[in-house]
Design a binder for this molecule. Structure first.
Ligand SMILES: NC(=O)c1ccc[n+]([C@@H]2O[C@H](COP(=O)([O-])OP(=O)(O)OC[C@H]3O[C@@H](n4cnc5c(N)ncnc54)[C@H](OP(=O)(O)O)[C@@H]3O)[C@@H](O)[C@H]2O)c1
Length: 162
């Protein structure tokens, strides 16, 4: 199966200048805990924003280039990626973005892990439009606002309707 995991602001913004527009410590922890042990699939730009392969997860990068660190599985097309996913039906593949990769798997994604941040930031990269009528909200948990997490945020999980 395919899951998306991302955080977006009140306007669907997800990125700025190759990075995140905000720092939310609890969302970083949520991302780590949720994806740990599962393969993660990232576009080349998003992978570069990590600065290194993320530990404890098979790092799969979608790119036409090949200059990635040892141990990273580089896949050069979406069709090749889908073939691999189809061959491993018991695996939960987490697509970690960015917008470019999210936009190419919209009809295939089974589950959405969306962190909704109730604040407007400035940036340059937006989440592609998702048809939420195809999904049902399975979980919604408000995050705690504090010094390290200064913006109200909600952790949501949506499952594709059968
Ligand atoms: N808020 C969040 O949760 C979140 C999550 C993820 C990312 N982001 C942000 O989003 C931004 C990056 O997103 P992005 O849309 O610019 O880039 P991206 O989706 O991370 O990467 C795009 C790159 O992936 C490769 N690619 C895409 N489709 C391909 C295909 N079909 N076949 C082969 N290669 C393909 C190409 O790289 P090559 O040129 O190497 O071929 C392309 O330039 C950053 O600011 C990041 O911080 C935010």
């Amino acid at each position: 199966m395919i899951s998306y995991i991302w955080a977006e602001d009140a306007n669907g913004l997800i990125g700025t200048k190759g990075g995140l527009p905000w720092h939310l410590a609890d969302d970083m922890k949520y991302f780590k805990n949720t994806t740990m042990g599962h393969p993660i699939i990232s576009g080349a730009n998003t992978f570069r924003s990590y600065n290194r392969p993320l530990p404890g997860r098979q790092n799969i990068v979608v790119s036409r280039k090949t200059d990635f660190p040892a141990g990273v599985l580089v896949i050069s097309s979406i069709s090749e990626l889908c073939e691999m996913i189809d061959q491993n039906p018991n695996e939960n593949y987490f697509v970690t973005g960015g917008a470019n990769i999210f936009s190419q798997l919209l009809d295939k994604v089974d589950r959405l892990y969306r962190t909704k941040i109730d604040h407007s930031f400035t940036g340059d990269t937006y989440m592609p439009e998702i048809n939420y009528t195809d999904f049902k909200l399975a979980k919604s948990v408000d995050g705690i606002v504090n010094e390290k997490n200064p913006f109200p945020h909600t952790f949501e999980v949506y499952d594709r309707k059968a």
